[in-house]
Design a protein around this ligand. Structure first.
Ligand SMILES: Nc1ncnc2c1ncn2[C@@H]1O[C@H](COP(=O)(O)OP(=O)(O)O)[C@@H](O)[C@H]1O
Ligand SMILES: [Mg+2]
Length: 288
């Protein structure tokens, strides 16, 4: 934590976003050995984060210089201690927070520095699953999955309903479609929240500790749904979690964050079995 208002430390000097082809080439070379993603020569990352910084109240610098590319269909698992900036990074990607400096590009289109109307449109491409589900308590599971489709995507009620049933079935809750959240367990509510996010068919699905608020016996079902989505859907996912088994089995790449930067990233087996940085070793050691 450093830098006061008007302090030169808070005036970030960030270069302009890189040219898309150049950025894709550099990202390709950088990420190829670090991810199980099946890279295709010439492909571009779907998410490109360059020199992302976030300061709260001109005082607390939470993201210092985050650089990360995520590829179409890739499952990126983000690990790191509490307070390292994981949630802030996700919230910047879907513009729930306004980045202080730096660039976030989705399909090579800059999403930072946009008007609130443009933000609404951009946010359709970015699904989010929160720790706390955030369902509407007065709507049924099915209505929760429909409402974004009808209000935001302007789908017809029939279309939205068919999609809701399809996605609720995929998360194993077809028989709970007419239940309201208070009648569902935490794990079931989170599965509804996942169905709701998937039903919007975002380009990227962001998960912020989706199982952290659940009783242990309910965690497995939610992880199972996420695993299925990762392995058999064609979703691109950025998953912040402390579930190391999921990270190792399902992740194409594991990213370790600390102090507002990406400290280390790589293939799950490399990061878990042979971490390079002292901080990664300490963190993984502390949770074993
Ligand atoms: N709205 C906010 N205002 C001030 N500080 C914040 C705000 N949101 C997050 N922070 C601070 O940013 C740091 C990182 O938070 P967060 O991104 O939630 O970390 P993580 O998700 O890794 O636990 C914490 O020190 C937190 O207190
Ligand atoms: Mg968090």
């Amino acid at each position: 934590m450093f830098g006061k208002k008007n302090d030169p430390m808070t005036k970030f000097d960030v270069p302009p976003a890189m040219d898309a082809n150049e950025a894709a080439r550099i990202a390709f070379d950088h990420d190829l050995p670090l991810s199980k993603h099946h890279f295709v020569e010439g492909e571009h990352p779907v998410v490109r984060i360059e020199h992302l910084m976030k300061t709260f109240d001109g005082e607390t610098q939470v993201l210092r210089d985050v650089n990360l590319n995520v590829w179409n269909g890739e499952i990126v698992v983000v690990l790191g201690p509490s307070g390292s900036g994981k949630s802030t990074m996700l919230r910047c990607i879907n513009l729930l927070e306004t980045p202080t400096a730096g660039h976030i590009l989705i399909d090579d289109g800059e999403i930072t520095g946009k008007s609130s109307k443009e933000v609404g449109i951009i946010r359709r491409d970015l699904g989010m699953v929160f720790q706390s589900f955030n369902l509407f308590p007065h709507l049924t599971a099915k209505e929760n999955v429909m409402i974004g489709q009808t209000k935001v995507l302007k789908k017809s009620k029939e279309e939205a309903e068919a999609e809701a049933i399809k996605q609720l079935t995929a998360v194993g809750l077809a028989d709970r479609a007419d239940y309201k959240p208070p009648q569902l367990s935490g794990g079931q509510q989170q599965r509804v929240a996942i169905a709701r996010a998937v039903a919007m068919h975002p380009k990227v699905l962001l998960f912020d500790e989706p199982t952290s608020a659940l009783d242990p016996e309910l965690v497995r079902d939610v992880l199972g749904v996420m695993r299925e989505l990762a392995l058999h859907g064609d979703m691109t996912m950025i998953v912040v979690t402390h579930e190391m088994g999921f990270a190792r089995d399902v992740g194409d790449r594991v990213v370790f964050m600390e102090g507002g930067v990406v400290v280390e990233q790589g293939l799950p087996e490399d990061v878990f079995d042979n971490p390079q940085h002292e901080r990664t070793k300490q963190f993984l050691g502390s949770i074993k």
